[in-house]
Design a protein around this ligand. Structure first.
Ligand SMILES: Nc1nc2c(c(=O)[nH]1)N[C@H]1C(S)=C(S)[C@@H](COP(=O)(O)OP(=O)(O)OC[C@H]3O[C@@H](n4cnc5c(N)ncnc54)[C@H](O)[C@@H]3O)O[C@H]1N2
Ligand code: MOO
Length: 419
């Protein structure tokens, strides 16, 4: 048993940061990771770390946009007109023949336009036979020809460092022949559960024990945020056990712990942070999730999330997710906030700012929030079906049914500024 030591000064001085101040301090201490060269197929969803310049034109050669006949447009001024078919060009083949006045060549979509031809007529507007084609209407010069460089010109800059590689960018990179690209690597995130009562999820529960749900929830949330999570198991409520686990964790880019950050006798995460690094801050004026500790051990950022499952989930969304994104080189770090109508209202007695789990949907042109029921920080079911956090301002505010409030949209794309 530990001695019931008096509270440390930092614990007594109840400095509670605002959410904004805490986020500012955390992100100021985070810098994007270094870049790596990845095969294109692995670069999806990474932030680009190089300029992308076209080394060739695209399309690389003038080609046909239709299946039909390559011809000289001047031959079609008076239609119908019969032209002699002098050959075939399939996509992927280059013809050695030249289209001369009075002749045409059968051509497929994507095939190079033969020398001499200045237009293509689609097959539907002709009466073809083996040797001859009857062209039924005049064709303008350039008709159905996709010129070289129509899409991309050699030397053109297409993507810049900081751009996100999605499916469209991948298509561009592939067409330009970038089989490898320089991207910011993804953070490896160590996840550590703490507490003597916490056991593996497959364990038969003994009296007083609970399953390590936080580590699994956080693992999924880290993955969703684009990080590479590893669960390092559960540290016991002893300094030795925590030291041992954290010793492994310091080989990662970010450490997330859950539990052990409050003021109980066994809440040791803060102590270890002070012993092996430094603690930047410890308390935030919010609910759920007041005891969030942030600092470094051996130079690795450590975000100590509260043990209560909902507190852990909500504080990861608010603080952990932006960190994981910033490490990846993203500049859009924050979920957007919008105004919603709170259908069922929220009564808030605590003085802290409350992030109430809710489902927001568009109802007759307005965004309406329905809270997810009881909101205790131990009630995991309050997260089910939640796609938003309704923000009840600090100071014991009450939001009546039908009144407006701001909501943080958990399933909307991130924005650059925290509103
Ligand atoms: N005297 C005070 N007590 C508490 C305060 C306070 O200000 N003064 N704050 C309360 C608040 S708010 C929260 S949140 C919790 C956070 O405490 P800890 O982060 O130290 O977490 P624990 O005490 O270790 O655990 C809290 C709760 O969560 C369960 N837990 C822990 N780890 C897991 C896990 N991996 N998976 C699932 N559930 C977990 C644990 O069993 C406890 O029930 O402190 C309040 N107390
Ligand atoms: O911050 Mo605690 O998360 O209110 O339960």
């Amino acid at each position: 048993m530990p001695s019931h030591s008096p509270l440390l000064t930092y614990e007594r001085e109840s400095i509670m940061l605002s959410v904004e101040e805490a986020l500012k301090r955390i992100l100021a201490a985070i810098t994007p990771l270094e870049s790596v060269r990845l095969p294109l197929q692995d670069a999806f969803d990474h932030i680009l770390a190089q300029e992308i310049i076209a080394h060739d034109d695209n399309p690389p050669f003038a080609n046909s946009a239709m299946d039909g006949f390559a011809l000289q447009s001047q031959d079609t001024q008076h239609t119908p007109v019969r032209l002699k078919v002098i050959g075939d060009i399939a996509a992927g083949h280059v013809s050695g023949q030249t289209v001369t006045p009075g002749t045409a060549m059968r051509i497929m979509t994507g095939a190079p336009v033969p020398p001499g031809a200045d237009a293509v007529i689609q097959i539907e507007l002709t009466n073809p036979s083996d040797e001859w084609v009857e062209v039924l209407q005049p064709v303008l010069r350039g008709n159905n020809i996709r010129p070289a460089g129509e899409d991309i010109q050699k030397g053109q800059k297409l993507l810049s460092p900081g751009d996100l590689i999605g499916p469209w960018e991948t298509g561009i990179l592939a067409t330009l022949g970038y089989d490898h690209v320089e991207v910011i690597r993804k953070p490896r995130v160590a996840i550590l559960g703490t507490g003597d009562e916490v056991v593996e999820i497959s364990a038969e529960l003994q009296p007083g024990q609970i399953r390590n749900s936080n580590s699994y929830l956080l693992e999924a949330a880290v993955r969703k945020a684009g990080g590479i999570p590893t669960r390092l198991g559960i540290a016991r409520d002893t300094v030795e056990s925590l030291r041992e686990k954290l010793n492994e964790a310091i080989t990662y880019d970010l450490i997330l712990t859950s539990g052990g950050v409050s003021v109980g006798d066994f809440d040791l995460v803060k102590d270890i942070m002070q012993e092996q690094g430094e603690m930047n801050f410890w308390r935030i004026n919010m609910r759920p999730g007041k005891p969030v500790a942030f600092g470094h051990i051996h130079g690795v950022p450590l975000l100590g999330l509260p043990g209560n499952p909902v507190s852990s989930a909500v504080t990861f969304e608010l603080f952990g997710r932006p960190v994981v994104r910033k490490l990846q080189g993203h500049t859009r770090l924050y979920r957007p906030q919008i105004e919603v109508i709170v259908a069922d209202g929220v009564q808030e007695k605590a003085q802290r700012r409350h992030y109430v789990r809710a489902h927001v949907s568009l109802e007759q042109g307005r965004f309406v929030a329905h809270t997810t029921g009881k909101q205790g920080s131990n009630l995991l079911t309050s997260l089910l079906n939640a796609n938003a956090l309704v923000i009840v301002p600090e100071g014991g505010t009450q939001i009546l049914p039908g009144q407006p409030a701001r909501a943080l949209m958990l399933d909307w794309p991130e924005v650059e500024t925290l509103e």
